[in-house]
Design a protein around this ligand. Structure first.
Ligand code: F0G
Length: 460
């Protein structure tokens, strides 16, 4: 008999403990927002109802991870948990050598200092804030080689994280391979809306870089989510497991920086993983300057244990299907209510197209920053600006003007329910209804580095 009933995904876990939330009134939110200088990063978490600022360090750990926390071996040197983590990174990702760091940017700092010389060019599939800044601080210059489709929020190409190989070849021709220490490749490209890179594109990139002797360094922060899209959308992968796909992705690269606060389901932690022995030796030396001894890198033993267990959970098919399934549920609900979002829906959040949402606000008046503030005011949902404020300034002081002016509704892993998703979509839709009355912002304080974190604004 033919089965016509839809098969829904559901979470492969149940709740054992809940965290109570504070509900706020519109008057309280108005006050909190003013005090925070209209920057959602400066709100107190207690004043937030549903926190979609980031998926970074905000996941719910499993009972097994919490049990692992109790197995922390808090030795200064040679903790048992380090060796467990090392084994898991080798098994799951296939990289040879591991340097733990306190989080992703710790690994970016060490790697950039080792591989980048002044005047070097680092091509990458769209910038990420901390990654690009570390490249620049080391004397390098980032060059965007992502396909053009990635800069168009309405283009529905399924692999908008892909590299445009022609753009890379032009850079190699212009600067010479010697001035390109590595190509910086993110899986699930964050700033493009959590867009995946295809395996085919990675394979071709490997072939091209190999010809020129250029390394590929993988920002593997959300590699499992990328693997899910390869399984769903790329020919030849539907019968492979997420674990197999993740390992294959890593096999085309020479090393990786990881913010374990995302995919790996921990609240703090990261690492640098590398296949080349010399780079590893240098990194092992540098890590003691910036993070801590090479067997803990700024983490407690218990943190490394939770990470080792979390990595295993992150590559389970049922986990990732429910994780991305929830994000897609929210995205479909929002589009159903008319809210303009980046398409296709990515892996870690919904990116609302602020340029289309608030077309009357020019980019210099910060449409995405404004929209994030309005969404908080509406319902206590906290989101993050990913537009001109996040893009910051070039080394000559000029503003970057990114084509994407977005507000990210980032979904923490294993934290919120489908009913929360409904409330979030309805809040965005209510702001959309009154969009014509919304006015922009003026920047009142601008920090020198990564200004989006601490900038303050006033209402126009
Ligand atoms: N790379 C990517 C792709 C990231 O998304 C992040 C962090 C990092 C590197 C840096 O890692 O925070 O552990 O130092 N992204 C967070 C976010 C902050 O909200 O997207 P970190």
């Amino acid at each position: 008999m033919k089965d016509n009933i839809k098969r829904s995904w559901a979470e492969p876990y149940k709740m054992k403990m809940v965290e109570l939330l504070k509900m706020t009134t519109p008057a309280q939110r108005k006050k909190a927002l003013r005090e925070a200088g209209y920057n959602t990063f400066l709100l107190r978490s207690e004043d937030v109802y549903i926190d979609l600022l980031t998926d970074s360090g905000t996941s719910a750990m499993s009972d097994r991870q919490w049990a692992g926390m109790m197995m922390g071996d808090e030795a200064y040197a040679g903790s048992r948990n380090f060796y467990h983590l090392e084994e898991v990174v080798k098994n799951v990702y296939g990289y040879k050598y591991l340097i733990p760091t306190h989080q992703g940017r710790g690994a970016e700092n060490i790697l950039s200092r080792i591989l980048i010389r002044k005047g070097d060019i680092i091509p990458g599939n769209m910038y990420f804030t901390t990654t690009r800044l570390h490249q620049e601080l080391a004397g390098g210059k980032f060059e965007d080689i992502i396909i053009d489709e990635a800069h168009d929020p309405e283009n529905e190409f399924p692999f908008k994280g892909n590299v445009d190989l022609d753009k890379l070849e032009k850079l190699i021709k212009k600067y010479g391979a010697k001035r390109i220490p590595y190509v910086s490749i993110a899986t699930s490209v964050n700033m493009a809306g959590g867009q995946p890179i295809s395996m085919k594109n990675l394979e071709e990139l490997r072939a091209l870089t190999k010809k020129h002797g250029i390394r590929i360094i993988h920002d593997m922060t959300r590699v499992a989510e990328n693997a899910y899209f390869i399984k769903e959308k790329e020919k030849g992968y539907s019968n492979k497991s997420i674990k197999e796909i993740v390992k294959e992705i890593c096999s085309y690269t020479d090393g990786a920086t990881m913010s374990a606060k995302k995919d790996a389901l921990v609240n703090i932690g990261g690492f640098l993983a590398i296949n080349d022995r010399d780079t590893f030796e240098e990194a092992r030396n540098l890590v003691v300057v910036y993070e801590g001894l090479h067997t803990y890198g700024g983490l407690a033993g218990r943190d490394m244990e939770a990470m080792a267990i979390g990595i295993g959970e992150s590559v389970c098919d049922d986990h990732i299907r429910a994780r991305v399934g929830q994000v897609i549920y929210l995205g479909e609900k929002m589009t159903g209510l008319g809210v303009p979002i980046v398409m296709p829906i990515g892996g870690h959040g919904i990116f609302v197209n602020a340029k289309k949402f608030l077309p009357h606000i020019p980019q210099d008046d910060f449409p995405a920053q404004t929209l994030a503030a309005e969404v908080y005011l509406e319902s206590g949902v906290r989101t993050m600006e990913r537009g001109i404020v996040s893009a910051g300034r070039k080394s000559n002081g000029e503003n970057y003007y990114p084509r994407l002016e977005l507000v990210r509704f980032t979904i923490p892993r294993r934290v919120y329910t489908q009913a929360h998703m409904d409330v979030i979509a309805e809040s965005a839709a209510r702001v959309y209804e009154r969009r014509n009355k919304i006015k922009g912002l003026k920047m009142a304080y601008e920090p020198k580095y990564l200004r989006f974190f601490q900038a303050r604004f006033t209402k126009l």
